[in-house]
Design a protein around this ligand. Structure first.
Ligand code: PMP
Length: 285
């Protein structure tokens, strides 16, 4: 089945899909996006992702490209036309096409693009079984990280550094030595005392949808968590480390920089939390 993209009202072959060179996403990174996991042909946390998309648009005073109900229909159609059972759908909204000038253009419709792709569940499961390594890097981003903007250059640089150093992810660290989040994931630790810790939402991090769902599921299971920042020292000293994101779910971390975490294998708590999250996903399908 050949890939199909949705571009401003049309379903087109992926290889032919394009936007104008004066799209403000291309010129200014003036746009926002979402990535939603598809499992068994169904979207996980669809409402949470759309709530966050609307929030990002609102924070940037950008008009939604269409109402929520038709947007959901287009998302379903993109999934259907690409025959996705397990994978992701990507959607991006920009402030439209206009002659290049910094201020917002007047009467310019937003651009909407969607793509979808398959992901291997078997590969993801294997990665989770082994655990991954992360590195730490300075957080060099702007102060509105709560907005899911397509302006991702610092995240790109961080991820490339992780890749260059053989790691899966880079945890970013603020000027006070506190971990903010990964380049595309939220960061968590389990302390020596067994406390599950993740940073509270603020303008300093993206409010991960996976993070929020995991917190909700843990509350349902009467598992306590601590919402607070943690330092690099605490990270290196943690009993367990894991990360969350729509594409990684709950993923155990077994090495940070050159420090082996625990016994170098996924910890008991991380594994339990992954299975709690997987049960939640199964319930969504
Ligand atoms: N932080 C950043 C910077 C991200 O890009 C992502 C991925 N969108 C996340 C956290 C995790 O968010 P989610 O669980 O919604 O995928």
């Amino acid at each position: 089945m050949s890939r199909i993209a949705y571009v401003n009202g049309q379903y087109v072959p992926h290889r032919d899909a394009s936007v104008h060179i004066e799209d403000r996403g291309y010129q200014f990174a003036d746009g926002v996006y979402e990535v939603v996991t598809v499992t068994g042909g169904r979207m996980i946390d669809e409402e949470g992702h759309l709530d966050r998309l609307w929030r990002s648009l609102n924070e940037l005073r950008m008009a939604p490209p269409m109402k929520r109900a038709p947007l959901k229909m287009v998302m379903r159609e993109v999934i259907r036309q690409n025959g996705i059972r397990d994978g992701i759908i990507y959607l991006q909204v920009t402030r439209g096409v206009a002659p290049r000038d910094h201020p917002f253009p007047k009467n310019t419709p937003s651009s909407l693009v969607m793509t979808a792709k398959r992901l291997s569940m078997a590969k993801a499961a294997k990665t989770a079984e082994q655990g991954v390594s992360v590195i730490t890097v300075p957080d060099i981003r702007w102060t509105r990280r709560d907005i899911k903007s397509v302006s991702l250059l610092p995240n790109v640089l961080a991820k490339q550094e992780a890749k260059d150093r053989g790691a899966y992810e880079a945890f970013q660290v603020d000027d006070d030595g506190m971990v903010t989040e990964g380049s595309s994931t939220n960061a968590w630790i389990v302390t020596k005392e067994g406390r599950i810790v993740t940073r509270p939402t603020s303008n300093s991090i993206l409010a991960g949808i996976t993070r929020a769902s995991l917190i909700r599921e843990l509350e349902k299971n009467d598992i306590e968590i601590e919402l607070r920042s943690f330092s690099v020292e605490e990270l290196l000293d943690a009993k367990e480390v894991f990360l969350t994101s729509s594409t990684s779910y709950v993923l155990p971390v077994v090495k940070v920089d050159d420090q082996v975490i625990g016994n170098g294998h996924p910890g008991i708590v991380s594994q339990k939390l992954r299975s709690i999250y997987e049960n939640f996903m199964a319930g969504e399908v």
